[in-house]
Write a protein that binds this ligand. Structure first.
Ligand code: CS2
Ligand code: MN
Length: 354
């Protein structure tokens, strides 16, 4: 496996490339142009700038997360063709600097969603928390009415400029049911995959986090059955998934190790992290260690090893440790510890073969 680490860029991340370089076994960054509005074509100079920065630190730029999909594509509006065209141009430009995998998602309106970004764990660290009852009580449109300064939410999708448009977006999704979303995803894939194939880039869709509908919005990349359906839409090795153990693992019915076994040849990119799931359906993010959460991380790494996995891996969200000030879920320390746990399992599996 090729170990990577998410980096939000010089102006958006408190963690430097020099620090990332010091984590054992990390070969590359997982990056994006976070300041380009969703749907726009990515400027080549900005792409090349990141490539140069990474080169100077001896890190690869093979994986991009995410080239986000414009809502008009998910909604299937007439305007989608222009946004799909821009997406194709971005694929072509990313290929020109050597990008190999593009992660994206097809979640309506919101990316990952939590009720609390700084929930204390029993050991004094803090983590992202999803309080099911609390989320069921949230009226997202009510939040729009609040001044953005009052918001305690700073999640992807909750940027003030998007919030202003939220009421309109919710209205647009009124008639979009799961089957409509499948249809719109199919349309997107039929257009995009041939272009990705021509440029030797693997498209890797990220599952929905959490893997169920929130606020009445449909979510479809949620379990093994739906991943099977997804992969059958286009029969190409360039159409794959970002298998995220923490997103899928929030539903105890999902056995992530078995998903690795079933879909291994369609997983160019693995996200590995743990969550502790409670009986009432709430969940909190924990250390990567199997014993600390509900997801069997050992079994997942073992499944990748058995499959002879040579794709890209990254630790996903981590806890906030040792008073670190960081982007929610994206501190340096716990993700670095997560990497060492993954290497510990991997190296001992490799050694036991001999
Ligand atoms: C994260 C996501 O929720 C998660 O597990 O990895 O934020 C992920 O980065 C995006 O949804 C991918 O498009
Ligand atoms: Mn993930």
């Amino acid at each position: 496996m090729k170990m990577t680490f998410r980096w939000f860029g010089e102006t958006n991340d408190s963690i430097s490339l020099q620090h990332i370089k010091q984590i054992p076994g990390v070969e590359g960054i997982v990056w994006a142009l976070h300041d380009v509005p969703v749907g726009e074509e990515w400027p080549l100079e900005k792409i090349q700038e990141v490539k140069q920065q990474a080169d100077q630190s001896g890190l690869s730029i093979d994986v991009v997360e995410s080239v986000n999909v414009h809502e008009d594509i998910k909604l299937g509006l007439n305007t989608r063709d222009q946004y799909i065209e821009n997406y194709k141009q971005t694929i072509e430009k990313l290929a020109s600097v050597g990008v190999k995998v593009i992660c994206y998602n097809f979640m309506p309106v919101f990316d990952w969603f939590r009720s609390d970004l700084n929930e204390p764990l029993h050991d004094g660290s803090h983590a992202l928390f999803y309080d099911k009852a609390k989320v069921e009580d949230i009226n997202p449109l009510e939040i729009v009415r609040k001044n953005s300064d009052e918001l305690d939410f700073k999640m992807p999708g909750w940027e003030p400029e998007r919030l202003a448009d939220l009421a309109h977006l919710f209205e647009a999704y009124q008639d979009i049911k799961e089957e409509d979303l499948w249809e719109n995803l199919s349309y997107f894939l039929q257009e995009i995959i041939p272009v990705a194939e021509a440029h030797d880039i693997q498209m890797a869709i990220h599952p929905d986090d959490p893997p169920w509908s929130i606020f009445g919005l449909p979510r479809i990349i949620t379990n093994a059955e739906n991943i099977r359906r997804l992969l059958s839409i286009v029969d190409s090795s360039y159409h794959g998934i970002t298998l995220c153990s923490g997103s899928l693992g929030a539903n105890p019915l999902n056995h992530v190790g078995d998903m690795v076994r079933e879909f291994a040849d369609r997983i160019p990119f693995a996200h590995i992290r743990n969550v502790k799931v409670y009986e009432n359906g709430s969940f909190i993010e924990t250390s990567h260690r199997t014993e600390d959460g509900s997801v069997d991380i050992y079994d997942i790494v073992k499944a990748y090893h058995e499959a002879g996995f040579t794709g890209y891996v990254r630790p996903d969200h981590g806890r906030h440790l040792w008073d670190e000030v960081c982007r929610p879920g994206y501190g340096l320390y716990d993700r670095a510890l997560g990497i060492m746990y993954l290497w510990g399992i991997w190296d001992s599996l490799v050694r036991s073969e001999k």
